[in-house]
Ligand binder design. Structure first.
Ligand SMILES: NC(=O)c1ccc[n+]([C@@H]2O[C@H](COP(=O)([O-])OP(=O)(O)OC[C@H]3O[C@@H](n4cnc5c(N)ncnc54)[C@H](O)[C@@H]3O)[C@@H](O)[C@H]2O)c1
Length: 279
């Protein structure tokens, strides 16, 4: 008996990294999943993995910056699987990079649209379907960068702080409907997002993330999938409004990488887009 038997989830950013690991884990626990991402190739591969793990899954091409696309992903869940129990707002990119005085208004807006406005859309459009289902679990991926400065690019960090606060505000409103709203704050996870961002890519990221926090290894998508599974399952029935830190102890005492003008990220680049797109 799986921990998510009969539950239906929409997972944005599920073509890669922690979203993909979560989709595979949810499928193995009996869930049906809409894999929602910009990246069709990665999304179809994620669907195959979900099916190999014994779950039902479909791919829905989705740009989370567009309200209608998020609404369509939720409609797809209802059309294919009849209901919505779990909305995981997880898609992301690094977005605007570098010093604030060189950050354009356009890059600010694009970053906030993908990382924060998308979470508002995900919550907003999950509500009616979850009310009909008698409740549900909304999970969003924030970051340790949203808990303090100096742990990621500046606009990214501001957006993630917004995700944490939106989580708390929405949890208050939606508690009476038995709709729980929580977010996850990952630390250093070796995924394509950071492999694209940090010069030298995957091996350099591995080297850095193996050492920055008390537990001496980089985080993996599976580390986040474990927390997402807990928040999606009935084990967390009385848990809402939280920001769950999954960081190997980084926030307890670790070595942050910095984020703005002094950032080690990406040299003089001003922007880092979705991880599947060329640099
Ligand atoms: N990797 C880390 O160290 C780390 C730490 C803290 C938080 N996060 C957050 O975790 C989440 C997942 O990132 P990841 O590390 O697994 O990276 P990833 O690049 O492997 O996965 C992110 C996915 O989001 C998709 N995406 C990007 N823009 C999109 C858009 N506009 N519409 C739909 N899909 C879009 C990408 O195609 C990709 O499949 C992000 O929100 C990220 O900010 C990552």
């Amino acid at each position: 008996m799986g921990r998510l038997n009969g539950k239906v989830a929409v997972i944005t950013g599920a073509a890669s990294g922690m979203g993909r690991a979560t989709a595979a884990r949810f499928a193995g626990e009996g869930a049906s999943i809409v894999v929602a991402d910009l990246n069709a190739e990665g999304g179809e591969a994620a669907v195959r993995e979900c099916r190999e793990n014994g779950g039902h899954a479909v791919f829905q091409q989705t740009d989370v910056a567009a309200e209608a696309a998020i609404e369509a992903a939720i409609d797809r869940a209802i059309k294919e699987f009849g209901r919505l129990d779990v909305m995981f707002n997880n898609a992301g990119l690094a977005g605007a990079l570098g010093a604030l005085e060189q950050t354009s208004a356009e890059n600010w807006d694009r970053t906030i649209a993908v990382l924060l406005r998308s979470v508002f859309f995900g919550i907003k459009h999950a509500i009616p379907a979850m009310r009909r289902a008698g409740g549900g679990s909304i999970i969003s991926t924030a970051s340790v960068a949203g808990l303090r400065g100096g742990a990621g690019p500046i606009v990214y960090s501001v957006a993630k702080a917004g995700v944490i606060h939106l989580t708390k505000c929405a949890a208050i409103d939606l508690g009476p409907d038995r709709i729980r709203v929580n977010c996850i704050c990952p630390g250093g996870i070796n995924t394509p997002l950071v492999q694209k961002l940090i010069p030298g890519g995957e091996p350099v990221v591995q080297q850095i993330f193996d050492t920055i926090q008390p537990i001496p290894r980089a985080g993996t998508g599976d580390d986040i999938a474990g927390m997402a599974l807990y928040l999606a399952s009935d084990d967390s029935q009385w848990v809402t409004g939280t920001a769950m830190v999954v960081d190997g102890g980084l926030m307890a005492g670790g070595n942050l990488l910095g984020g703005g003008a002094s950032s080690p990220y990406a040299g003089s680049a001003q922007w880092s887009g979705p991880s599947f797109e060329p640099k």
